[in-house]
Design a protein around this ligand. Sequence first.
Ligand SMILES: C[S@@+](CC[C@H](N)C(=O)[O-])C[C@H]1O[C@@H](n2cnc3c(N)ncnc32)[C@H](O)[C@@H]1O
Length: 362
Amino acid sequence: MSEQITERKGEQPPEVLRLVDSQLRREWEEYQASGLQELIGGMHLCLVLDALERTGVAERLRRGPAHPDQLLQGLDAEIGGNLLRYLELKGAVASEEGRYRLTARGQLLMSPISLAQLGFYVAAYGPVISETARLLSGELLYGRDVRRDTGALGRHSATMFHRFHTPTVLKALESVGTRVLLDLGCGGGQLLIDACTLDGQLQGIGIDIAEDAIAYARRRAEEAGVSDRIQFFVADAFAPQSWPAACAGADTICAVGMLHEPFRRGEDAVVEILDLYAGLLRGGTRRFILGEPELRYDDREHDSDFYLAHVLTAQGFPRSWEDWLPVIGRSRLSCRRLLMRPGAGQRLAFFELASGDGEAQA
Ligand SMILES: C[S@@+](CC[C@H](N)C(=O)[O-])C[C@H]1O[C@@H](n2cnc3c(N)ncnc32)[C@H](O)[C@@H]1O
């Protein structure tokens, strides 16, 4: 096109000067060698994938090839259309006769499990991690000015939990004979929903400090048809004296991914809380199932990401299961069994605890 214009005007093509500066080339090569190019691309792709999950586009793409207007219902058609082209550049979708479909890479990236894991970091912890500079400078304080998105945390943890951890907890419950299960820090309530769906006689009680997680859990229980057997309450799991009266009827208690929080006040704080729970077991509850994520500081399986999320949210640090045993050993609870499912899902260890003095045998 430009050549035709040039011809018509009778002008010579422009002179092209390719400047060579070895110093500038070296600096650019160093940038390329840093790997940042891939990291920046990965960061943006993560943000876009999370947006596709939140807006329902990922789910529509999973259903099969579709035209942009089907995929982008209710969304900005221009931005959406351009995002689909961006995803094509990234190899996540391919287009044929105006319809987009997931490529093999796109199917892996947009599976419910991948998007839940991504949502854990981007949607739930992103509001905090993106404020690292102002948290570092002291301009913002976690808990006062900035918070993780507990609704997103509940939702995405629920997907992961259902797939990878419910079966392990149910295995732990097999030998206990539970009729009323109390889940402390229940988040999106998935464990109770799964357990009550599988056992038509089981009753569940879930408590969590986050109102939006409890609202989500109630909605999910309704959808699953088990809301008549599960009660959800907003309450502080570390203050049993403030719990609703219904909790006293529980015969098994579990707490998954919550008890590491008091580690920020030191080990004694965790031992104190374990002792509080030991007191509840004497009241008839037979087992306490403690599920805790592992942090091994070896940068495998998201260790550094998990660490960062805990640093910036002023939480205590999870630790390896071996390091939990001496902490439990200092309390009035004893560990009867340890269940793990290595290599499947986020690293979690489940400790079956009973009153250490033998008063509360199953
Ligand atoms: C990592 S999430 C785990 C959620 C759920 N147990 C699961 O495994 O999917 C930790 C949960 O503990 C809740 N939590 C933290 N401190 C709490 C407290 N003091 N009382 C009740 N819940 C608390 C959080 O709101 C969050 O839902």
